[in-house]
Design a protein around this ligand. Structure first.
Ligand SMILES: [Zn+2]
Ligand SMILES: [Zn+2]
Ligand SMILES: [Zn+2]
Length: 353
């Protein structure tokens, strides 16, 4: 049976980063994008919003005033989910791990990408996005050097559908004492692969994908953006550094520019897909800051967008997905060609002024 025929039948695919499987049911959705379009809310269109707690000069809910910042702006979250000064505690009430709890120290920061309320990564210039990359690198280094921080999680929620009600371009960084579940799973997989094959999992994977080309979305000299073989979300994208580096601080200026470029290219395509401000959760996975050497870690970012067929039709992770396994209809190959064929420039910037 050819690989195309195999992919046309229900099958499951293995995610080597997490060790989990996804069920693919292409017979339910293997058709090219039919062009359906629905009108949606216009994205934020004012450069400054007096009621936005992230705009320059405005007062935040906690009472602090934002400075009149000119590019990026970083502050500690006024309602942080983690705090540095927790009393160390371990409780195992049953002695068998049935009621196990531990204290967790950490801190939460907010990074504003731009003073402009109406911009997004898709519409910022490359030098502007490079400043965001520099801020991420500075924060990773600064937070990672704190003795109680073993992991720095950089993530962005975009769109109300993802629980983000403020359109001002920003992301969050949570830094904490232990390595959280997802990077912990990926760390084990990358370590196991390195031991077994004396090679890096993602170095090998990105080479395979560049050669196969069928799941590639866009690439530049330093980064590849692709729909991973094991993607769960309809238009999920994995952004992988082509060379082996474990963290964002280690990127040189050329690589940082490459990262900025690929961010713009991916997010512009996302917005172009349904001509909307495309919602997603994005986050980096990189080496922990626990003081150990981590040659197994390969820097990458995941984009998890929920939209399926239009700006209003989303994928829900319910039923079988909650209880058994994630499942998808359109194949990653169909999603990749759809994204690849879109313009890498935002639709609003293509219109004649
Ligand atoms: Zn704002
Ligand atoms: Zn690698
Ligand atoms: Zn990852």
């Amino acid at each position: 049976m050819t690989i195309e025929k195999l992919y046309a039948e229900p099958h499951r695919r293995f995610n080597p980063l997490t060790g989990e499987w996804v069920l693919v049911s292409p017979h339910r959705g293997q058709r090219p994008w039919d062009g359906q379009m629905e009108a949606t809310d216009a994205p934020a269109c004012v450069g400054y919003d007096p009621n936005c707690y992230l705009c320059p000069g405005n007062q935040r809910a906690g009472g602090a005033h934002n400075p009149n910042y000119g590019s990026t702006f970083v502050f500690t979250n006024d309602f942080a989910a983690l705090k540095p000064d927790v009393r160390p505690m371990t409780q195992d009430e049953s002695g068998r791990g049935l009621l196990l709890s531990e204290s967790e120290a950490g801190t939460c920061k907010v990074v504003c990408f731009s003073p402009r309320h109406d911009l997004t990564l898709a519409r910022m210039t490359i030098p502007e996005i490079v400043r965001v990359v520099d801020a991420w690198a500075e924060q990773y280094a600064e937070l990672g050097s704190l003795p109680y921080v073993d992991y720095v999680q950089i993530f962005e929620n975009r769109g109300e559908i993802m629980g983000c009600s403020n359109p001002h371009p920003h992301c969050q960084i949570w830094a904490n004492q232990t390595i959280p579940n997802e990077p912990r799973k990926e760390q084990k997989s990358q370590r196991d692969y390195a031991e077994k094959h004396d090679a890096c999992l993602l170095c090998d994977y990105v080479q395979l994908e560049m050669k196969a080309a069928m799941r590639m979305v866009v690439e530049n000299a330093h980064f590849a953006a692709l729909v991973p073989f094991w993607a769960v979300w309809p238009f999920e994208v994995l952004l992988v550094l082509k060379s082996h580096t474990g963290d964002i601080v280690s990127l040189d200026s050329g690589m940082r520019e490459g990262l900025a470029d690929i961010f713009k290219q991916v997010t512009a395509r996302y917005d172009n897909l349904f001509q909307t401000s495309f919602p997603y959760s994005m986050g980096f996975h990189q080496a922990p800051t626990d003081g150990g050497a981590h040659p197994e870690w390969h820097l990458h970012a995941h984009f998890y967008p929920p939209l399926l067929r239009s700006a209003t039709i989303r994928k829900f992770m319910v039923g079988y997905e909650m209880l058994a396994s994630p499942q998808r209809d359109i194949t990653p190959e169909v999603a990749a060609v759809t994204l690849r064929n879109l313009a890498g420039i935002h639709y609003a910037d293509l219109k004649p002024r």
